[in-house]
Design a protein around this ligand. Sequence first.
Ligand SMILES: NC(=O)N[C@@H](O)C(=O)O
Ligand code: NI
Length: 164
Amino acid sequence: MPIELPIRPLTAETFASFGDVIEADQATMRLINGGTTERFHRLSVAEAEGEGVIISLFRGQPRRFPYEITMMERHPFGSQSFSPLSGRPFLVAVSEDAGGRPGEPQVFLASGSQGINYRRNVWHHPLMVLDTVSDFLVVDRDRPETNLEEFVFDTPYVISEPRP
Ligand SMILES: NC(=O)N[C@@H](O)C(=O)O
Ligand code: NI
């Protein structure tokens, strides 16, 4: 029987042990370009060992609910960020590491104005888009085929509804 997972709102505090939330944080803001632009500086840092950092666009198909989380993945040699280009909310599922395997996933609802950057080697579920096809700007390490570890759960988890 799948284990039900609750959804929580995404905040910098609740996400801190997994990575950073990319959003307009006034504490980081500095005015540039003659005062015409607000720069929210250094919201996160891209990490990549042995390969360059690249920028890609992911066009994700929406997940159907109830949605089973049967696996998690991680990227041992680099961080991975997702920033919504379509301005649409999406789900983020992350796990603490429990002796080389993911613990119970924690699920967050990211708003359309929030992105996330998974720190290097953090267990997460692949992109979970809601409702309609959505585009995301992704910053991560080049050659993803050499930077992927996956784990399949014995017992799946389930997200019944896409909203808290
Ligand atoms: N495979 C790929 O590039 N995407 C995943 O890493 C993901 O987290 O969506
Ligand atoms: Ni990933």
